[in-house]
Design a protein around this ligand. Structure first.
Ligand code: ADP
Length: 484
C-alpha cells in the first residue's frame, strides 16, 4: 500500500485553471504498480473540449504571468523548488509505486527534478537581450527576448518528475505558461507536482496537468493555434507523429527521442572504472533511460577481463520491489517492455551470442527481468540496432579505434555515447568523431541541470537544462528604431 506523509499529494483529478477537475464523462485511467499490479490510483480521461479549457486558461494566464517581473516569477519557482525538496520522500514513494524504480533512485529523481526548478529560477533572471551597433548612425538596433507563449509538454513514464520539470521550469521562468500531459503509466507524480505548484503560489493556468487518451490530447495540443511550442520526450516514432501534426501551425518543437548509446572500452581504459560506469549507465532504472548504454564495445585486449568483471558485478545486483531496502533493480514498466527485452536476448542468442549471466525473466515473476550480460554480440543483431530499454548489456568485440567509431555511429540515433580511455589524444579524437549530442568520457553518468541535454540525428531537436535550455522558450524580437 502506498503511504504518504502528506496524503494530499495523491490526486485523482486534473489541474485545470487552478481547479481539480474530473472528466465530465466520468471516464478514468487506472494507474497500477508495475511491481505487483496493485492499483495505485486513478486519473481522469479528459475529453477534447476539456483539454481546450486548459488551453484557454493557459492563454489567459499568459497575459499576466508573462508581464510579471522575472524576479517575481523566479521567487515563485524557488518556492516550488523548496516544496519539492521538502516533499522528496513522498514524490519518491509515488514514483516507486507507479513506475517501479527503487526508492533511493526515486528520491534521487525527486531532487534531480527539483534541481531544474532551482536552476531555471536563477536563469530566468538572466535572459539578456542585445544592442547591435547600427550600420548608420540614425538608427538604434535592439534584440528583445520575449516568452514564446503558451507551451505544451508530453512526457514519458521513465522519469515521471524530471521530464516535467526540465520543460516546465524553463518555460515558466521565461514567462510562458505550460500544459503538461504525463504518460498514462505515471500521472500521479505529475499531479503531485501540480499540488506543490499551487502551494508555491504559481497562479492558476500557469502550470496545468491534463490526463487522458494520448492520441486525442496530442491532437488537441498540436492542432491548437494558441499553443506556440511543444516539448516532447518519448519515442522517435511518436516524435515523428507530433512533428507532422505540428506542421500546419508551424509550432516550435523540442524533441528528446530515442537513443542507442554506445559505451566504448579501449584497451588503455581503467577497467574497474569502466565496469562501474557500465553499471551506472546500463542498469540505472533497470535499463529504462534514453541515455542508458545500449551497446558495449570492448577492445579485444581487455574483452574477456571486462566481461568477467562486469558479469560478476551484474550477477550480484539485487532485484526486487522498489520499496525493499537494498534493491537496485526494479521491475520493467509493463508486459510489452519485458517482451521486447526477451525478444532481443532470444534474437542475439539465435545468432551466436552467449549469456554470461541472467538472460531470462526473474523468479519474482511479473515484469522482473534478470540483470543480463551477453558476449559475442554482433552488429547484425536486433540489440545492436534497437533500443532495448532493459537490464541487458551486450558486449561487442572490436580491434581498432576507426572500426569502433564507425560502428558506434552506424545508427539513426545520436543521443548519448560513452567511452573509456586514459589516452589524451584519443580522448579528443573520439569525442569529436562520435555523432552524438552528449558524450561521457570515463563516466557513465552525464545528466545534470547545468549541462545541455539533447540529441542529434533522429534523437531529437533542441536542448534541455543548462543556460541553453531556456532559449527554447524564448523568441527574439528585433527592434529597429529610427532616431535621425
Ligand atoms: P514510450 O515508448 O516511452 O512509452 P511513447 O513515445 O509511446 O514512449 O510515449 C511518450 C509520451 O507520448 C507518453 O506521454 C504517451 O502517452 C505519449 N504519446 C504516445 N502516443 C502519442 C500520440 N499519438 N500523440 C500524443 N502523445 C502520444
Amino acid at each position: 500500500m502506498l503511504k504518504l506523509n502528506n496524503p494530499d499529494l495523491l490526486r485523482n483529478a486534473c489541474l485545470v485553471a487552478g481547479e481539480w477537475v474530473r472528466a465530465g464523462s466520468g471516464e478514468t485511467i487506472i494507474v497500477t504498480n508495475p511491481a505487483n499490479g496493485e492499483i495505485v490510483g486513478e486519473v481522469p480521461s479528459l475529453a477534447a473540449d476539456e483539454i481546450e479549457q486548459a488551453v484557454d486558461a493557459a492563454q489567459k494566464a499568459f497575459t499576466t504571468w508573462s508581464r510579471l517581473a522575472a524576479k517575481d516569477r523566479s521567487a515563485a519557482l524557488r518556492r516550488w523548488f523548496d516544496l519539492m525538496v521538502a516533499h522528496a520522500d513522498d514524490l519518491a514513494a509515488l514514483m516507486t509505486a507507479e513506475q517501479g524504480k527503487p526508492l533511493a533512485e526515486a528520491r534521487g529523481e525527486a531532487l534531480y527534478a527539483a534541481s531544474f526548478v532551482e536552476w531555471f529560477a536563477e536563469e530566468g533572471k538572466r535572459i539578456y537581450g542585445d544592442t547591435i551597433p547600427a550600420p548608420t548612425n540614425d538608427k538604434r538596433l535592439i534584440v528583445l527576448k520575449q516568452p514564446i507563449g503558451v507551451c505544451a509538454a508530453i512526457t514519458p513514464w521513465n522519469f515521471p518528475a524530471a521530464m516535467i520539470t526540465r520543460k516546465a521550469a524553463p518555460a515558466l521562468a521565461a514567462g510562458c505558461t505550460m500544459i503538461v500531459k504525463p504518460a498514462e503509466q505515471t500521472p500521479l507524480t505529475a499531479l503531485a507536482l501540480g499540488v506543490l505548484a499551487i502551494k508555491a503560489g504559481i497562479p492558476a493556468g500557469v502550470f496545468q496537468v491534463v490526463t487522458g487518451k494520448a492520441r486525442e490530447i496530442g491532437g488537441v495540443l498540436t492542432g491548437s493555434d494558441v499553443i506556440r511550442k511543444l516539448s516532447f520526450t518519448g519515442s522517435t516514432e511518436v516524435g515523428r507523429i507530433l512533428m507532422a501534426q505540428s506542421a500546419p501551425t508551424i509550432k516550435k518543437l523540442s524533441l528528446e527521442l530515442g537513443g542507442n548509446a554506445p559505451f566504448i572500452v579501449f584497451d588503455d581504459a581503467d577497467l574497474d572504472a569502466a565496469v562501474e560506469g557500465a553499471i551506472a549507465s546500463k542498469y540505472r532504472n533497470a535499463g529504462q533511460t534514453c541515455v542508458c548504454s545500449n551497446r558495449l564495445y570492448v577492445q579485444a585486449g581487455v574483452y574477456d577481463a571486462f566481461a568477467e568483471k562486469l558479469a560478476a558485478r551484474v550477477a550480484a545486483l539485487p532485484v526486487g520491489v522498489g520499496t525493499e531496502a537494498g534493491v537496485l533493480i526494479g521491475p520493467l514498466i509493463d508486459g510489452d517492455a519485458i517482451a521486447k527485452v526477451e525478444s532481443h536476448v532470444a534474437d542475439a542468442v539465435s545468432k551466436g551470442a552467449k549469456i554470461v549471466t541472467g538472460g531470462k525473466r526473474h523468479a519474482l515473476g511479473g515484469t522482473f527481468f534478470e540483470p543480463t550480460v551477453l558476449t559475442g554480440t554482433t552488429q547484425d543483431m536486433k540489440i545492436a540496432r534497437e533500443e532495448t530499454f532493459g537490464p541487458v548489456a551486450p558486449l561487442f568485440r572490436f580491434e581498432t579505434e576507426e572500426e569502433v567509431v564507425a560502428m558506434a555511429n552506424d545508427t539513426e540515433f545520436g543521443l548519448a555515447a560513452y567511452f573509456y580511455t586514459e589516452n589524451v589524444r584519443r580522448t579528443w579524437r573520439v569525442a569529436e568523431a562520435l555523432e552524438y549530442g552528449m558524450v561521457g568520457h570515463n563516466t557513465g553518468l552525464i545528466s545534470n541541470e547545468v549541462a545541455p541535454f539533447g540529441g542529434v540525428k533522429q534523437s531529437g531537436l533542441g536542448r534541455e537544462g543548462s543556460r541553453y535550455g531556456i532559449e527554447e522558450y524564448i523568441e527574439m524580437k528585433y527592434l529597429c528604431s529610427a532616431i535621425g
